[in-house]
Design a protein. Structure first.
Length: 365
């Protein structure tokens, strides 16, 4: 393999989706990671803890000596094999540790002894994270944003993805943003969400042209919080209002939150457990907004949902869900959205269906 230099071109790494090998311990990786980074640790959590204690009590030299004792023989060979597998899959990647120091250098040395010259990211995780924090701040401050808004079920995410320069906040947060928005896979940590958002905004700025289109979101998308400066910019940005007839909205919601989520739970958990977890997902979602619905309305909607679930379990028929979806839209989500929209009238650029929105954006350039 031809030798490549170490790099501090952080922008190029993120714009070009360069694979990164993170040699930090698993708990460090879990607290904060980057898109396309994989964890292949030099030390596991216990080894890192013991080396850290030794460093505090006896200094760096003894800590390095202990590290070499703990990661030796078969353990060392296993770690190197994991790195070699990564290098084979990603010959154009880079490795990094926390600061780009000792752990990166040791990893490079051991790979070099195995005949592989593999570069590192100068400054490590800390420098990459600092770069993304600063980039996020700059892109939010200087960005030109347009907000795609509309009542629940109008298919905003579908339209957003057809716009020329979209950043899908819900995809980054792995959550659809409502009480029913949970996915079958976990959400990222707040740090990971911010890292992904920063990379997405960098790509929108450097690789595309024109305004950045975002979907209208609350401060929280599940447990992921929008950075406050971005929330403020979004609250001031021009709006595109997507409108759809009620029957189409009901069908879209049934597709997304009933049919697709049922399939996702079955794929993850199998038929029996998947059904039970899907059922719990819907019932717990309606229970989470019990207080806002009020006791009587909550009970009525929950009963309609339970009846629809029983019918689906018995026959496979899903249109029974239309009753509670329609009632929830008309009695809860629509009045809440319409009130919020009434406070934003001066910011609206266009209203209409998907094709009207797309035509307006195309004409606006």
């Amino acid at each position: 393999m031809a030798s490549r230099p170490d790099t501090d071109d952080y922008l190029s790494l993120f714009l070009n989706d360069v694979p990164l090998m993170d040699v930090r311990a698993p708990t460090e990786f879990a607290r904060g990671r980057f898109p396309l980074a994989e964890n292949a640790p030099l030390m596991n959590d216990d080894e890192r803890h013991r080396v850290g204690v030794c460093y505090k009590e006896k200094g760096q030299a003894k800590a390095i000596e202990l590290g070499h004792q703990l990661v030796s023989g078969d353990i060392k060979a296993q770690r190197i094999e994991a790195w070699k597998r990564f290098v084979a899959r990603h010959p154009d990647g880079y490795l990094y540790c926390f600061r780009g120091g000792l752990r990166s250098s040791i990893s490079q040395q051991w790979l070099r002894e195995s005949g592989i010259d593999y570069p590192k990211v100068l400054g490590g995780y800390k420098a990459l994270r600092r770069f993304l924090i600063d980039s996020l701040e700059a892109r939010v401050r200087d960005g030109d944003f347009r907000i795609l808004s509309g009542r629940t079920g109008t298919g905003k995410t579908r339209v957003l993805r057809r716009l020329p320069n979209p950043v899908d906040l819900e995809a980054l947060a792995n959550h659809r943003g409502s009480s029913f928005g949970r996915q079958v896979t976990p959400q990222p940590t707040q740090i990971d969400f911010e890292n992904g958002l920063a990379v997405a905004l960098l790509k929108a700025h450097h690789l595309a042209h024109g305004p950045v289109y975002l979907e209208d979101e609350s401060r929280l998308i599940g447990r992921c919080a929008l950075p406050e400066p971005l929330r403020v910019r979004m609250a001031e940005a021009p709006l595109l209002i997507l409108e759809q007839p009620l029957p189409e909205r009901v069908a879209l919601i049934r597709q997304d939150y009933v049919e697709d989520m049922h399939a996702a739970y079955l794929a993850r958990d199998g038929e029996t457990a998947g059904w039970l977890n899907f059922r719990d997902y819907l019932l717990s979602a309606i229970d989470r907004i019990r207080r806002r619905l009020g006791g009587e309305r909550h009970q009525r909607l929950r009963q309609l949902m339970a009846q629809a679930l029983a019918r689906q379990e018995a026959t496979g028929e899903v249109t029974g869900h239309d009753a509670w979806i329609t009632a929830l839209l008309q009695d809860y989500y629509d009045p809440m959205y319409d009130y919020q929209l009434s406070q934003k009238g001066g910011r609206i650029l266009v209203r209409g269906g998907p094709e009207a929105i797309l035509e307006f954006v195309h004409r606006a350039g």
